[in-house]
Ligand binder design. Structure first.
Ligand code: NAD
Ligand code: GLY
Length: 388
C-alpha cells in the first residue's frame, strides 16, 4: 500500500500550478529536531544558501565536498555566499567527476581531509553536486566521528528528485553498486532549478527517468502530466521543472518517512527498475556508456515487460511507457551487448534479495508498482534470454 501523499494527483499545466518557491517538509517520527528537515525548491536558491543554512545549523564550521565540473561552475559564488552569512568554510574537497569516484579510496581521502581540518562532529558537510558527490559526501559525514552534520545542494536533475532526499548514502564496491553505505539524513536540502541550465541534455534526460519512476510507482495522473509536459520540462522550462521536482520530492518523502530503512516493502518500491538497471550499470563498468538514470529508465521498461510476461501488466501500459520514453528521447535499450547470463549473475547480488529469494519491483500497470518477493530466479533468466 502506498502512503496517501504518493497518490496525490496533479493534472494541470505546469505554469498555472507552480509557486515560485516550493518547500517539502520531511518529518520522521518521533520528530526530534535532527529528524526533521526541509527540501527547499526554487529558481534562485543557491544565492540564499548562506542564510538558509544559517537558519538550521548550530555550528558555523562547514566543509563543502564537490566535483571538478560543479566546482568550476558554482563553488566560488557559494563560498562567498557562505562567508557573508558568517560561515567558516574549510578548503573544499574537490573530487573527480563521475561514478568511479564513489569508491573506498576517495572516501578515505575525504575522511583524512576532514581530520586534517580538525573538524568535529558539530561541523556540517555540504554536498554540492550530483548523486555521486551526495552519496560519497553523505557517507563520509555519516562515519566521520560516528556522524557529522550533513546538508545537500544537489545540482543534477537526478540528485534533485532522488538522491538528495531520504538519507541513503554510500559507495560502490568491487561486488557492485552502493554495497557499502549508511542512512544519514541531511539537515536541509537546497534545490536551485537554475543550475539545471548548465546540465548537459543527456544528464537532464537521465534525471527525467527518475521522475518518470515516481509516476510509474504510484501516480498515473502524474504520468499523464509527464506525457503532456515532459518535452517542455526537458527543453528547460523552469516552471515545469520546479513542478516535477516538487512532485517527485513529495512522493519520495512520503515513502521514506513511512519506511526509512527499507524494511517494510514500502521504500523498496523506489527501486523500480533498479535490479535490471544496476546489473546494466555494472556490466557497463561505470565507464559512462550508461548513466545511472539511463540504466534505471531502461530497467523500468524491463520490469514492465517482465510484469507483462507474467500476466500482471497490460501490454498497452508497456507500450505506452515505451512510447513516452522514445518520444522524450530516453534510453530504452542498453548501448552495449548485455548477455543474459551476465545480467542474471549481477542481479543475484541485488540488495533486495533475501535468504536466497529473488525480489523484484513489478507493476500491475502504470502507477501500480508492488514488491514481489516470490520470484523464481529461473523465470528471470528465461526472460533475459528471450530479451537479449
Ligand atoms: P553525477 O553525480 O555523476 O553527475 C553527473 C555529471 O553531471 C557529473 O559529471 C557532474 O560533474 C555533472 N554536473 C553536476 N551538476 C551539474 C550542473 N549543474 N551543470 C553541469 N554539470 C553538472 O550523477 P547523478 O546522475 O547526479 O547521480 C548518479 C548517482 O546517484 C549514482 O551513483 C547513483 O547510485 C546515485 N543515486 C543515489 C540515490 C540515493 O538515494 N542516495 C538515488 C539515486 C541515485
Ligand atoms: N533511490 C532509492 C531510495 O532512496 O530508496
Amino acid at each position: 500500500m502506498l502512503p496517501p501523499a504518493v497518490k496525490e494527483t496533479a493534472l494541470s499545466t505546469a505554469r498555472n500550478m507552480v509557486p515560485s518557491e516550493n518547500t517539502v517538509h520531511v518529518s520522521f517520527a518521533p520528530a526530534e529536531s535532527a529528524r526533521v528537515y526541509d527540501i527547499v525548491i526554487g529558481q534562485d536558491i543557491l544565492a540564499q544558501a548562506g542564510e538558509r543554512l544559517a537558519a538550521v545549523l548550530t555550528s558555523k564550521k562547514i566543509c563543502i565536498v564537490t566535483d571538478e565540473t560543479v566546482a568550476r561552475l558554482y563553488l566560488v559564488n557559494l563560498m562567498k555566499n557562505l562567508e557573508m552569512s558568517g560561515f567558516n568554510a574549510c578548503p573544499p574537497v574537490i573530487l573527480p567527476a563521475g561514478e568511479r569516484t564513489k569508491n573506498f579510496e576517495h572516501l578515505q581521502n575525504i575522511i583524512d581531509r576532514f581530520s586534517s581540518y580538525k573538524l568535529d562532529r558539530s561541523a556540517t558537510i555540504v554536498a554540492l553536486g550530483g548523486g555521486v558527490v551526495g552519496d560519497i559526501a553523505g557517507f563520509a559525514a555519516a562515519i566521520f566521528m560516528r556522524g557529522a552534520g550533513f546538508a545537500q545542494i544537489p545540482t543534477t536533475l537526478l540528485a534533485q528528485v532522488d538522491s538528495s532526499v531520504g538519507g541513503k548514502t554510500g559507495i560502490n564496491t568491487a561486488a557492485g553498486k552502493n554495497l557499502a553505505g549508511a542512512f544519514h539524513q541531511p539537515k536541509i536540502v537546497l534545490i536551485d532549478t537554475g543550475v539545471l541550465k548548465t546540465l548537459p541534455p543527456r544528464e537532464l534526460k537521465a534525471g527525467y527517468a527518475e521522475i518518470l519512476k515516481y509516476a510509474l510507482i504510484g501516480d498515473p495522473d502524474f504520468f499523464a502530466w509527464l506525457e503532456q509536459n515532459g518535452a517542455t520540462l526537458l527543453a528547460g522550462d523552469a516552471a515545469a521543472q520546479e513542478y516535477a521536482i516538487g512532485k517527485s520530492c513529495r512522493a519520495k518523502a512520503a515513502i521514506v518517512v513511512a519506511d526509512e530503512d527499507e524494511r517494510k516493502d514500502i521504500r523498496a518500491l523506489l527501486n523500480l527498475g533498479h535490479s535490471f538497471g544496476h546489473a546494466l550499470e555494472a556490466l557497463g563498468g561505470y565507464d559512462g556508456r550508461i548513466l545511472h538514470g539511463e540504466a534505471v529508465g531502461t530497467g523500468c521498461l524491463l520490469a514492465f515487460e517482465f510484469s507483462r510476461d507474467r500476466g500482471l501488466c497490460p501490454a498497452e501500459d508497456v507500450e505506452r511507457l515505451r512510447g513516452h520514453m522514445q518520444k522524450a528521447g530516453l534510453m530504452t535499450e542498453p548501448p552495449f551487448k548485455a548477455a543474459a547470463e551476465d545480467m542474471f549473475a549481477r542481479m543475484q547480488s541485488d540488495k533486495k534479495n533475501r535468504d536466497g529469494r529473488t525480489t523484484l519491483v513489478l507493476a500491475r500497470g502504470i502507477g501500480r508498482a508492488f514488491v514481489a518477493g516470490d520470484i523464481v530466479a529461473a523465470d528471470v533468466l528465461a526472460f533475459l534470454k528471450k530479451r537479449f
